[in-house]
Design a protein around this ligand. Structure first.
Ligand code: 5AD
Ligand code: SF4
Length: 498
């Protein structure tokens, strides 16, 4: 008999950021305890959960359309229950329950532990809701069920919420106050990933640089009678106050899992320390890539955004990265058309893009969000077509910078972790170098197929704005001591196009 027939089936669809993907895996774990098995499509499920994002109006609109589609599914499957999780649950609970009759369940990001009891209520035909935010919840000890996993890369959440109150951002309202997860549970989860065959982890938080964990006396204890903070190897975990900051945490994970590649996201320029950069430089398994959202190149705009730094401060942070890790890639987020942005401000953003020469950027039009500081204090006064034109100029400029950065890698030897078969060609695989660029490689090397999870030494032969193409030089047992080996010789000239 099909084992699925005995269990309840849940389909979880994640929207928005990586934190939501990671949260969905916590939800799957909580529901597994309650007898639910994850399935791969809404059509197969008894319960569909939409883990939603409120960051821009467009993101919410996409989910609202998807909620409407659930009516058709329910018409075909009378027993189907539909739940809304995540940021929209927090922000729009009444609207969702009153105006979207198809929604049975609304659960905010800090209330997932209550899902089993809420589902009991839903089972009796009632609607159920819990959107209480918490100052403590980190789901620290919950072992996530990896959904849609490629078996190679995984996310581990290290902190939740945000205290920054950037003027444009809804996150502090939907995800609540900042809190850090127990460092020991993070290290343990990473170790488990290694045991399960994973090769790369991304440590996630809204603002990882303000990670701070002060262990309770027993958290890292190794032996009887000792109540010192010690790391999982038995060494002192952190500074003299016993606090583990983000740099300490990175080091702990890098040492505990030397064969695991480590990435993280997202940094905040006002909090990113040289201590973090020095740890990154020291450990070869920490990827040389930093996502450092700038949002705008104009100090005036940054001030209104309440970002806590100036253009000059930001550029000084970039200079530190370049000094401590010359081979480090940097990406950013940009918002075009924030309240009061002038043409001169916009030019400053374009000039900052040029000065930094980002490897990559995520670029958005400003979208006013209810409750935020900007919504309360500043008129959304840049006309839509001006926002659009400025965004197009930013995208155009960034494309050149991405192309330039990638072109600079041609001729180098990079360590690439293979993630899967290329979507465009069955003869090729794709992976990423330490800098986070996608690298396309031949699928076969000397009669051996490159399987996901293989580390490859690759000679970069071609570049475009979107990525790199390489030849395989060698397969590697595991991560090497450096991320960029050395420049290749002239006979390896670029010859293929992506
Ligand atoms: N409008 C447009 N973009 C936004 N972001 C956050 N809030 C808004 C908003 N209201 C962008 C920022 C942030 C990224 C995750 O989303 O650039 O870094
Ligand atoms: Fe939003 Fe700013 Fe917090 Fe990022 S740091 S989640 S942009 S408030």
């Amino acid at each position: 008999m099909d084992p699925l027939a005995l269990s309840k089936r849940v389909y979880i669809e994640s929207y928005g950021c990586q934190m939501n993907v990671s949260d969905s895996e916590v939800v799957a774990s909580i529901l597994a305890q309650d007898g639910y098995t994850p399935v791969k499509s809404a059509e197969e499920a008894d319960l569909v959960l939409l883990n939603t994002c409120s960051i821009r109006e467009k993101a919410e609109y996409t989910v609202l359309q998807r909620i409407n589609e659930m009516n058709n599914l329910k018409a075909r499957n009378k027993g189907l229950k539909v739940g809304v999780l995540g940021c929209m649950a927090e922000r729009m609970r009444e609207d969702l329950l009153e105006k979207k009759k198809v929604v049975d369940l609304v659960v905010g990001p800090d209330a997932y532990r209550t899902l089993p009891e809420l589902l009991k209520k839903v089972g009796t035909g009632q609607k159920a809701v819990n959107v209480l935010l918490s100052r403590e919840e980190t789901y620290g000890e919950i072992e996530p069920v990896r959904l849609d996993s490629n078996g190679v890369t995984a996310f581990v959440t290290i902190m939740r919420g945000c205290d920054n109150m950037c003027a444009f951002c809804v996150v502090p309202f939907t995800r609540g106050r900042e809190r850090s997860r127990d460092a020991a549970s993070i290290v343990n989860e990473c170790r488990q990933l290694v045991r399960d065959g994973y090769k790369e982890v991304t440590l996630l938080g809204q603002n990882v640089d303000s990670y701070k964990w002060r262990p309770t006396p027993s958290a890292f204890d190794t032996g009887a009678g000792s109540n010192r903070s010690v790391d999982p190897q038995g060494r002192p975990a952190s500074d003299s106050t016993g606090t583990t900051d983000f740099a300490d945490l990175l080091k702990l994970v890098a040492v505990a899992c030397p064969t695991l590649r480590i990435r993280y996201s997202t940094s905040h320029p006002k909090d990113m320390t040289d201590k973090v950069l020095e740890v990154m430089a020291r450990y070869p398994n920490i990827c040389k890539y930093i996502h450092l959202p700038v949002q705008s190149g104009s100090t005036d705009v940054l001030h209104r955004m309440n970002r806590g730094y100036t253009r000059e401060w930001y550029l000084e942070r970039i200079a530190s990265i370049r000094r401590i890790m010359p081979d480090c890639a940097i990406s950013t987020d940009i918002i075009s058309g924030f309240c009061g942005e002038t043409e001169e401000d916009h030019q400053q953003t374009l000039s900052l893009l040029k000065t930094v020469g980002y490897n990559m950027a995520f670029m958005f039009k400003y979208s006013e969000r209810p409750k935020t500081l900007a919504a309360r204090k500043y008129p959304d006064d840049v006309p839509e077509e001006v926002k659009g034109r400025r965004l197009a100029e930013i995208i155009e400029a960034q494309k050149l910078h991405s192309t330039g950065r990638n072109a600079g890698y041609v001729g180098q030897l990079h360590e690439v972790l293979v993630e899967g078969v290329s979507k465009r060609s069955q003869e090729h695989v794709f992976g990423r170098n330490s800098q986070g660029s996608v690298v396309i490689l031949p699928r076969m090397h000397k009669g051996t197929e490159l399987l996901p999870g293989t580390f490859v030494k690759a000679h970069i032969i071609n570049a475009s704005a979107g990525g790199l193409k390489g030849d395989i030089v060698d397969l590697m047992e595991e991560i090497q001591r450096t991320s960029v080996f050395h420049s290749a010789t002239a006979d390896h000239a670029p010859h293929a196009s992506l």
